[in-house]
Design a protein around this ligand. Structure first.
Ligand SMILES: Cc1ncc(COP(=O)(O)O)c(C=O)c1O
Length: 347
């Protein structure tokens, strides 16, 4: 779709002055706020622990990243960093790009998405629909991924162009605040006790905000970070990863703000098995990072015994629809099991 034509289909009425623009945009943001957050907490049967899942699939675009995108864009508008004629840019091929492009389109702001070839079909189509411009990088970085190449491209576009505002999910404190004031504050209202919380990490925004807020209300809660094997967030050599959504090819600065008690790493073949188990045993059709965390929880408590079952909560960042090219695709599963030399993930 021609982007200018698309924008002209949704005219905003009223004065063009900056202050009246800001007032109208903030009203729209107030409306959007009602579509994000207040996610449910549901119990999942487990033999040893009280297991609770906080499910983020009901957010505006179906993932936890709506929270960060909303907070980052709103804070930038409130602080006069984004104006009516600004262009907004981000390096993301995942949920964050979907959230940012959709929110920007609703606010009639121009969003530039810098994506990579690993993007899945449905996300690429959604991002194309909502964005002003989509740039796909094709050179791998030194960590065998595309993150550093995407960030270089963002830098290059921002350099010398004051109109372009970089959302910077990896370093923007509003990412952390979305979870400190949003996700974690909700959890504090939703549970009476809390012994363990397991969180998947990519930018670190979720775990930083959640851990700091939850430890204020539940000082003894243990925060367990879950990473994918091959991601470098908690050290170790980079390895190719095939399931999108979590892990990172660099150490994100926000992670240093998180109050993490332990971290665990999960193999992608275990992620796949856990996603399938969540659907076939528990009726939950969820994304890769949820499976990763669920597997991590099962492994963590395998050899532990408790006089009283602890209360364990985990975040389910997105739904399964974004994984129809891998976790929920027979052809990909055959390829993946031959590549990893392991048992078939469907077995
Ligand atoms: C599906 C999914 N799970 C987990 C995460 C991790 O969240 P964070 O970036 O806050 O560390 C992300 C972030 O992109 C995600 O898209």
């Amino acid at each position: 779709m021609n982007k200018d034509a698309k924008n002209s289909q949704l005219p905003l009425e009223g004065s063009s002055s900056e202050s009246s623009w800001k007032k109208r945009i903030l009203q729209k943001l107030d409306l959007l706020e009602q579509r994000i957050g207040n996610s449910p907490v549901v119990p999942i049967v487990h033999p040893k622990i009280h297991l609770l899942a906080k499910i983020e699939t009901g957010n505006l675009m179906g993932s936890v990243k709506d929270r960060a995108a909303y907070r980052i864009i709103r804070d930038a508008i409130e602080n006069d960093l984004i104006h009516e004629d600004s262009e907004i840019i981000e390096a993301s091929s995942g949920n964050f790009a979907v959230s940012c492009s959709a929110i920007s389109a609703m606010l009639q702001l121009k969003f530039i998405a810098v994506i990579d070839p690993y993007i899945n079909r449905s996300y690429e189509k959604l991002i194309e629909f909502f964005s002003h411009k989509v740039i796909k990088v094709d050179q791998k970085d030194k960590n065998q991924g595309y993150l550093l190449t995407k960030l270089e491209k963002v830098e290059q576009i921002c350099r010398g162009n004051a109109k372009v505002f970089w959302l910077n999910q990896y370093g923007n404190p509003s990412n952390y605040e979305a979870h400190y004031y949003g996700t974690a504050a909700e959890i504090c209202r939703q549970v009476k006790t809390l012994d363990f919380v397991f969180v998947a990490v990519a930018t670190g925004g979720t775990i930083a905000g959640i851990s700091c807020r939850l430890k204020e209300t539940f000082p003894n809660v243990k925060i367990i970070a879950v990473d994918a094997e091959g991601s470098v967030i908690f050290g170790g050599p980079p390895k190719p990863r095939f399931i999108p959504g979590m892990g990172s090819g660099m150490v994100p600065p926000l992670v240093s703000q998180a109050k993490i008690d332990e971290f665990i790493r999960v193999k992608e073949s275990d992620t796949v098995r856990a996603c399938h188990e969540l659907f076939f045993e528990h009726g939950l059709f969820l994304g890769g990072s949820t499976g990763t965390v669920y597997h991590g929880i099962k492994r963590y408590f395998e050899d532990k015994t408790f006089a009283t079952p602890p209360t364990v909560l985990f975040l389910c960042p997105d739904r399964g629809h974004g994984y129809i090219d891998n976790v929920y695709d027979h052809e990909w599963l055959s390829w993946f099991s031959s590549k990893t030399n392991g048992p078939s993930p469907t077995s």
